[in-house]
Design a protein around this ligand. Structure first.
Ligand code: HEC
Length: 119
């Protein structure tokens, strides 16, 4: 009985996971590889190495770097995302020495609007 319930839950979770994933791909942002915007090219240069070419996250040295499309990243406020990019949070480096303030703000907009489809 217990096993059956667990099985049903697993199936349900897989189903929910799959439907969430497809919703995310439908509604959330651009295909980064297809974009020649400044934000996309900055993303390719500075972020893709860890977050993956399309920002869906990636394993780096045995650690999962989170997706920027959904999950926690999609719940962060503008200020939190700005802070994450400007000041970093280990193992993510701080970008304030490498990018100008204007560029960091562009990356925040890129993450929220272009990648996550938020306004
Ligand atoms: C060296 C690898 C690395 C690079 C390069 C990098 N990140 Fe990250 N990033 C991480 C890791 C690891 C985390 C998770 C940190 C933690 O555990 O809180 C993260 C977290 C984030 C978060 C918060 C996600 C969340 O779930 O709340 C944002 C937003 C983010 N990165 C954006 C960027 C952007 C934009 C760039 C490029 C300008 C970038 N990152 C470059 C490794 C990296």
């Amino acid at each position: 009985m217990v096993i059956r319930t667990v099985f049903a839950e697993v199936v349900l979770l897989i189903f929910l996971g799959a439907s969430c994933a497809s919703k995310v791909t439908e509604r959330s942002g651009i295909v980064i590889a297809d974009s020649d915007s400044y934000g996309a090219s900055m993303f390719r240069q500075n972020c893709a190495i860890c977050h993956g070419k399309e920002a869906y996250g990636k394993m780096v040295s045995g650690k999962l770097v989170p997706s920027l499309r959904s999950g926690d990243a999609a719940k962060r406020s503008e200020a939190e995302i700005y802070n994450q990019i400007a000041n970093g949070k280990l193992p993510m480096p701080a970008f304030k020495g490498q990018l100008t303030d204007t560029e960091i703000k562009k990356m925040v907009r890129f993450v929220m609007e272009d990648i996550q489809g938020r306004k």
